[in-house]
Design a binder for this molecule. Structure first.
Ligand code: ZN
Length: 153
């Protein structure tokens, strides 16, 4: 295993063991949205506090495999306090990363500017090697996207 894979594994385990932004927000004013991945049994509930076009606060609860739960923790850390436009852009970038099925993430790719821009989220890049795990990794992100759509409508 390469040093990079070791680092990524450490990041995922760290977020699984010490999830960021864990908890609930009062609804209302916060918006609550739930996601479920029947393939693996992963569940995630996302609480969104949007004020003046900014994702002022985000909290999550849920349970499931280490990939689904660490991905939700990584997501919350990446989007909290950001303008909604930035949040949407991060969702898109992450989902593009997850759609890179079948491509082997070699050193060259993992060093790409796109992946560097993702910061710790890049730790989940290795998941694309295991297609069954992609739904685990994207669960929280799809749930967040659904919540933003519900708020906007
Ligand atoms: Zn899972």
């Amino acid at each position: 295993m390469s040093n990079l894979e070791n680092l990524y594994r450490e990041i995922i385990l760290d977020h699984y063991r010490s999830p960021r932004n864990r908890g609930e927000l009062a609804t209302p004013p916060a918006h609550k949205v739930e996601g479920f991945n029947p393939l693996c049994g992963d569940e995630v509930t996302v609480y969104l506090d949007v004020q003046d076009g900014i994702l002022h606060d985000i909290k999550l609860t849920g349970h499931g495999c280490s990939i689904s739960q660490s991905s939700s923790s990584l997501m919350s850390a990446a989007v909290k306090g950001k303008p909604l436009a930035d949040v949407r852009a991060t969702i898109e970038t992450f989902k593009e990363l997850m759609m890179a099925h079948g491509t082997n993430l070699d050193e060259e790719e993992t060093d790409s500017a796109n992946l560097r821009a993702l910061g710790e989220l890049a730790a989940l890049a290795g998941v694309v090697k295991f297609p069954v795990r992609i739904k685990c990794a994207t669960l929280a992100w799809n749930t967040l996207q659904q919540g933003l759509q519900e708020i906007a409508s």
